[in-house]
Write a new protein. Structure first.
Length: 343
């Protein structure tokens, strides 16, 4: 992690647009729904200007190139002194110790609206609705505590092919302005899949399961591979309201998490748990052994239907940290896996 002018991991420079405050997710989802509709209309009617980008490979003619906005959003001077109660509500829900230290998962919650604001820009070429969350990679360089004043920055980068569409990374960084080197104290990269979009060098769409481990219908099916579940070190019993509970503390009230009725509109038989809830709950299961600075990764395999039971195993790994995995014990279906490595 380095300070300096904002740029993508490939070194491409970015313009910084400063926002007065972190945006609210409610209004962003409304904008995202409208933008998703425009993109869908453009794919159905590719002759229309601007919104015809990324037309499916099945359409006639050449698809226009997908281009990410060359913009980083920034909000400076974000106060945390008044977040103690909200933080403690998050910690209780996630089974974290109730302290004034902001866990890496909570910092994701703090920065997520800014990343969402990038995804609902008019020049962002992929629809927010229907995006599949594939993975996260987070680095926390030291403790962030209630009372710290933070700068938050986010942008999109690394648009690349996937066998079911295209992937994109949403990067978010949190800095403390007083830190001498100006490097981010927290950095998170969230990887998403937009199905049915294609870059010029993309391979044809594959049949069967995608890299997110789902067949597209949201069912919790038995695995097609030979994965063998380890001995569990824990078991989570998640009630039907867990999506609403995490939505209340995170602000992420995506309909797929809220009720069976709203989830069915998006192809799921029941509401599903937030991916970041399951990842952050596994991070909490690692406990104090992770230390104050660590790398945390997660890959999502299949959705956790609510209500549901998740078997979890946290074990030491060869890198001096911990590996974790969560699965459906009755069906042998893997939900997520990841690592936590102290720095």
């Amino acid at each position: 992690m380095t300070a300096g002018a904002p740029a993508t991991s490939a070194g491409d420079p970015l313009r910084v647009e400063t926002l007065p405050a972190l945006p609210g997710l409610g209004s962003l989802y409304a904008r995202g729904a409208a933008a998703s509709g425009r993109i869908a209309a453009g794919r159905a009617m590719p002759g229309l200007p601007v919104i015809g980008q990324g037309r499916s490979a099945e359409g006639e003619g050449e698809a226009e190139p997908l281009t990410l906005p060359d913009v980083a959003y920034q909000v400076s001077g974000v106060p945390t002194a008044d977040l103690a109660q909200h933080l403690h509500d998050y910690q209780r829900l996630l089974h974290e110790p109730v302290t004034d230290v902001l866990p890496a998962g909570y910092l994701h919650v703090l920065a997520f609206p800014l990343a969402t604001a990038v995804m609902v820009r008019g020049d962002f070429p992929l629809p927010l609705l229907g995006m599949v969350h594939l993975a996260n990679a987070v680095e926390l360089r030291g403790p962030v505590v209630v009372g710290d004043v933070l700068d938050v920055r986010s942008w999109a980068e690394n648009l690349r092919p996937h066998k079911r569409g295209v992937q994109v990374d949403l990067v978010a960084e949190v800095r403390r302005p007083g830190d001498p080197d100006g490097a981010p104290v927290w950095r998170g990269v969230s990887t998403y899949l937009a199905k049915g979009f294609h870059l010029p060098w993309s391979a044809p769409e594959a049949e069967g399961e995608d890299a997110a481990g789902t067949s597209g219908d949201g069912e919790d099916r038995a695995p097609s591979g030979t994965w063998t579940a380890p001995l569990p070190t824990g078991r989570w019993a998640l009630g039907p309201g867990m999506g609403r509970a995490y939505g209340a503390v995170s602000g992420d009230r995506n309909p797929i998490h809220l009720s069976a009725l709203s989830a069915k509109a998006f192809g799921f038989p029941r509401a599903i748990a937030h991916g970041m809830y399951t990842a952050a709950r596994a991070l909490a299961d690692v406990g104090h052994a992770r230390g104050d600075a660590y790398r945390w990764t997660v890959e999502f395999a299949s959705p956790v239907l609510l209500p549901g039971t998740v078997d979890v195993a946290v074990t030491p790994d060869d890198a001096g940290g911990f590996a974790y995995v969560g699965w459906n014990g009755a069906r042998g279906r893997q939900h997520f896996r990841g690592t936590v490595t102290p720095l």
